[in-house]
Design a protein around this ligand. Structure first.
Ligand code: XMP
Length: 430
């Protein structure tokens, strides 16, 4: 099904994605395109009903001021421009206009139909994947994170057992996380879900390494090695699926913007492995990925899973990782999650977790001196993880968590609550 589309042309703004996201929230598909898009490229897209020329500070590319092709003005498509002095559009704004004005443009001026929703996207994407993949096989690294889980669910709907998923348990997952992946996807994929328990291998590699960046590197590199080893055991795979989402695409930069960062979810594949890439979520913002996950029937715990760093509990078991402390931080994290869910805080707090440091302190249990580790609780709210504030948590809830950790988790005799915002602290401790 062709979608009515409002295109946002990047003429140096840093707020292209915000406008596209707002238009999509109204149910109309919107896409960010570079300044040098041609008339032909534009017409080859879904039905373009309106154009927003979005100027801003970054308008100098290779020493030239960015301008659009005059041919776009002759297309008979409504155009508004924002903060762009070179425009020939009849309606111009100095800054992003109000939501009401944008809505009037989309619906009254452009007469766009609001047909953009999860159900329609899934239907169209399933067909597109079937047409492209035909009877070939697709490989996916399924971490259990939101993006790869939704990609898996969509591919299962489109091509069933032509999908092969590899789940690498690096031993640094939260409690029951790998088990959930196997439970949710195992029934559809059966033998096509390759579960690799590489915990021992990762922990051995990490032994004695205390430097956070070196730990991250070891975990990242080892992950790619394990995935490659498993992939090379499989035969007849043509495609590699990735959980790339639209913000990765935009952050990588339209031709106009300088790339903020380049995205890559799986890297370092052996050279003799020539996969074609398939990125079914590349059009979607994170909230849209979640809506698709729900529409595809994934459990809420998976779809609304809070961000979890790739190196997992490896960066929350501070310093050189030991099995003892890793176990303690995982058990304490599970208690924190249970108690936050009971108190309804799981929907209010963006990210919450436990950390275990390397030092010990003196305590007393049943009249005996103990010398054990503390657990640190962290609960933060943020929009973009660049800054973060501390969510006030009631003492009653904190007290329950402290009681449970002290009575249920071995090798722990103290619980601390980290009240530091970002900045000056970061969200993670390593
Ligand atoms: P910081 O600690 O920099 O974290 O304030 C910001 C957000 O990024 C997450 N994070 C990571 N995610 N790999 C990831 O995939 C990493 O190495 C990593 N380090 C931090 C962190 O959990 C927070 O949401």
């Amino acid at each position: 099904m062709k979608q009515d589309t409002i295109v946002v042309i990047d003429l140096g703004s840093t707020e292209n994605a915000d406008i596209a996201r707002f238009v999509r929230k109204q149910g109309v598909y919107s896409e960010v395109l570079p300044h040098d898009i041609t008339k032909e490229e534009l017409l080859a897209k879904d039905t373009v009903k309106g154009i927003i020329l979005n100027g801003g500070m970054n308008r100098n590319v290779d020493g030239n001021n960015v301008v659009i092709d005059d041919a776009l003005y002759a297309l008979n498509i409504p155009i508004i421009s924002i903060d762009y002095p070179e425009t020939k559009a009849s309606v111009t704004y100095d800054e992003i206009p109000s939501e009401e004005i944008l809505k009037d443009f989309v619906f009254d001026t452009c007469k766009a139909n609001p047909t953009w929703n999860a159900q329609n996207f899934i239907e169209a994407e399933v067909k597109r994947i079937q047409d492209e993949v035909q009877d070939k096989k697709v490989l996916l690294a399924l971490s259990g994170g939101v993006d790869s889980s939704v990609v898996a669910a969509l591919l299962i709907k489109a091509i069933g057992k032509q999908l092969v998923c590899v789940h690498v348990n690096h031993g640094l997952m939260r409690k029951n996380e790998s088990e959930t992946v196997v439970e949710v996807f195992g029934k559809d994929l059966a033998e096509n879900l390759v579960y690799v328990d590489a915990s021992e291998r990762f922990l051995t590699k990490l032994e004695g390494e205390a430097d956070p960046e070196k730990k991250r590197k070891i975990i990242g590199n080892e992950f790619i090695k394990v995935f490659d080893e498993e992939a090379s055991k499989l035969n007849g795979i043509d495609y590699l699926a990735q959980g790339t989402i639209y913000s990765d695409v935009i952050e990588s930069g339209t031709k106009t913007s300088k790339g903020v960062k380049s995205h890559h979810n799986v890297g370092g594949l052996p050279e003799d492995m020539q996969f074609k890439l398939i990125e079914p979520m590349a059009q979607l913002f994170k909230d849209e990925v979640r809506e698709c996950g729900v529409a595809l029937g994934l459990p809420e715990s998976m779809v609304y899973r809070q961000p979890f760093p790739g190196p997992g509990l490896g960066v929350r078991t501070l310093g050189a990782i030991t099995r003892e402390r890793l176990h303690a931080v995982r058990e304490a994290d599970a208690i924190l999650h249970e108690e936050f869910a009971k108190a309804g805080l799981d929907k209010k707090v963006w990210q919450y977790f436990t950390v275990i440091p390397e030092f010990k302190s003196v305590g007393v249990t049943d009249g005996h001196r103990t010398y054990e580790y503390p657990i640190i609780l962290r609960a933060v709210n943020t929009v973009d993880a660049m800054t973060a504030s501390i969510e006030p948590i009631e003492y009653e809830v904190l007290g329950k968590i402290v009681d449970r950790i002290l009575s249920e988790v071995d090798n722990v005799n103290r619980v601390l609550y980290d009240l530091s915002p970002k900045p000056v602290a970061t969200i993670e401790w390593e």
